[in-house]
Design a binder for this molecule. Structure first.
Ligand code: 13P
Ligand code: ZN
Length: 340
């Protein structure tokens, strides 16, 4: 980036709020200050994926109740011309109703796993306060070029950018075992060359409910890689994708009521907390939220076969999600950190 771009970016970021006319009074912040505070306080910002109102509201309510900052995320493959604008207005409504209660929680809206410049631009222009560009399946230099182009566009508009180095299986179609783990020696130059605000690294997590290659064996993260990355980049915000816990009680409900996800296993709390202690500043949860809603739907309709109103399970799932979010916020030590 040129010096002028860096100066402009710093100025915009200091304000915390993206200046895009679409999100003037949006109530969202970019991730700049959030990460600064998390780095100082040595905790991680929880990032939750959602797709419907009950999931979004459950996440935000869990964060209000624990006074936690959070990053709200939408997966790129859920965004198309049909639903981008409605989703944005839904977020706007929920975030606004939060600050209406006298709360002003730091909440960011992030595009999760954006894979091209166009979708990132669209999200920036529509009111996202953060975008992830995932060029991890590309050769290093192509990843740098793609990420840099997103950074240039987003930073000029006060929106922060997450990049990725190393593949996290289960989402990036071309991730293969050979190039899955992040190479620590690439991290420093990638951050410098692209200007990203945070970086997802691959230290042994995978997306989805099957995180261990060997059934029932707990997930062991590669803390040696995290340590080496940290030695090279210090307190730069590092992101852990695939951080879901895959709670056994919800796996059991799914299986009890007709599902077949035997062998599902997630990241244990001890592993997650060690990762935070060693420098992870953002952890992503998507699978757990899906599991809570699917388990509740299966259970509700199996137990009440005459029931046909989705609201009957959605209300229960939302209440369960609130408890789950409160628990994750505490595990990441983000609870009580709700003021910028
Ligand atoms: P999980 O599948 O572990 O929830 O991972 C979520 C994620 O990384 C979203 O980008
Ligand atoms: Zn991910």
């Amino acid at each position: 980036m040129s010096e002028e771009q860096v100066r402009l970016w710093k100025e915009l970021m200091r304000s915390g709020r993206p200046p895009s006319e679409h999100c003037g009074d949006f109530g969202l912040v970019n991730t700049k200050e959030m990460f600064e505070k998390a780095s100082k306080g040595k905790y991680a910002i929880p990032a939750y994926n959602f797709y419907n109102l009950e999931q979004l509201r459950g996440i935000v309510r869990g964060c209000v109740e624990t006074d936690s900052p959070a990053i709200l995320q939408i997966l790129r493959r859920y965004l198309d011309d049909r639903n981008l604008t409605p989703l944005i207005f839904m977020v706007k409504g929920v975030v606004k109703s939060t600050s209406g209660k006298g709360r002003n929680l730091p909440l960011a809206l992030n595009l999760d796993h954006g894979n091209n410049l166009e979708i990132c631009k669209k999200c920036v222009d529509t009111g996202f306060s953060s975008v992830m560009i995932d060029g991890s399946a590309l050769p290093y230099h192509e990843n740098v070029e793609l990420t840099k182009s997103v950074v240039e566009y987003a930073h000029e508009r006060g929106v922060s950018v997450e990049g990725e180095l190393g593949g996290i299986a289960g989402m990036e179609e071309r991730a293969t075992p050979e190039h899955m783990f992040t190479k620590p020696k690439e991290v420093e130059s990638f951050i410098k060359e692209t200007g990203v605000d945070s970086l997802a690294i691959s230290i042994g997590t995978v997306h989805g409910p099957f995180k261990s290659k060997i059934e029932n064996r707990p997930v062991q993260l590669r803390f040696d890689i995290l340590d080496e990355v940290r030695d090279r980049v210090g307190e730069f915000p590092l992101v852990l994708h695939g951080a879901s816990n895959v709670p056994p009680e919800y796996v059991e409900i799914v299986n009890q009521y007709g599902g077949r996800i035997g062998g599902a296993i997630g990241v244990g709390d001890d592993q997650l907390q060690t990762a935070v202690r060693k420098g992870i500043r953002k952890a992503n949860f998507d699978t757990d939220i899906k599991l809570i809603f699917t388990a509740t739907a299966r259970e509700r309709f199996a137990q009440h076969p005459n029931e046909f109103d989705p609201k009957s399970y959605l209300d229960i799932a939302e209440a369960r999600l609130i408890e789950y979010v409160k628990d994750r916020n505490r595990i990441l030590s983000a609870a009580g950190k709700g003021s910028l």
